[in-house]
Write a protein that binds this ligand. Structure first.
Ligand SMILES: Cc1cc2nc3c(=O)[nH]c(=O)nc-3n(C[C@H](O)[C@H](O)[C@H](O)COP(=O)(O)O)c2cc1C
Length: 190
């Protein structure tokens, strides 16, 4: 069993990465393999709306010169997918939106590639826009026919500078519970 987490932040190893690791820790403790893939510094463009994915149906995006197809392969190989994004202007980052649009469309074009995988969204903000961002991330899971576990609150944390989210104890606890619930659900579905 494997869970892959994508960090859509433009800042490597920042607050989103911290929260994603808080979700992944209890999953690892249950003996499930985990991977954190950070989009920061990677080339990833938006969807070109060429619809080649609907013509070829080969589980790939026709844009081959960036990390997207590698991300799709990681999603296909995982039982659980976590999408994490900081709040940028009350929504997901550009990099995360590119991942959602392209991986999502390829999944739909190929008849539901992520169907019945387990999905979870994680977001962090300095102050506002968390719920809108959380909703944006969840749209990927629900249109992909995925199964989404909950936590003790919505999966949001607060902090601005790198590492600041570690002071948000409630946010950390939410992520821990989310990881425990995700691991529980994955084992039930296995
Ligand atoms: C371009 C940009 C836009 C942002 N917009 C918001 C926002 O709308 N609301 C908010 O609370 N924080 C906003 N922030 C702050 C980040 O969400 C916050 O610093 C977060 O902790 C960054 O996560 P990271 O360390 O994983 O990159 C913004 C930051 C940047 C760089």
């Amino acid at each position: 069993m494997k869970v892959v987490a994508f960090n859509g932040s433009a800042r490597r190893d920042g607050n989103t990465a911290t929260l994603l690791n808080c979700v992944l820790d209890p999953i690892r403790n249950e003996g499930i393999e985990t991977e954190l893939f950070q989009l920061a510094g990677e080339k990833i463009r938006g969807c070109t709306a060429c619809y080649t994915c609907f013509k070829k149906r080969d589980q790939r995006c026709s844009v081959e010169d960036d990390v997207l197809n590698g991300c799709i392969e990681k999603m296909i190989g995982a039982d659980g997918i976590i999408l994490g994004s900081p709040v940028y202007f009350s929504n997901v980052t550009t990099e995360m939106k590119a991942l959602i649009d392209r991986a999502g469309l390829v999944g739909i074009a190929n008849g539901g590639m992520y169907r019945r995988k387990v999905g979870a969204a994680v977001t962090v903000a300095r102050r506002a826009g968390s719920i809108h961002t959380f909703d944006s991330l969840n749209h990927f899971f629900f249109i992909s026919q995925m199964i989404v576990p909950g936590s003790r609150y919505w999966n949001v944390g607060f902090g601005r500078e790198k590492g600041e989210v570690e002071k948000d104890q409630e946010g950390i606890d939410i992520m821990k519970t989310l990881g425990e619930n995700m691991a529980w659900l994955l084992k039930k579905l296995a």
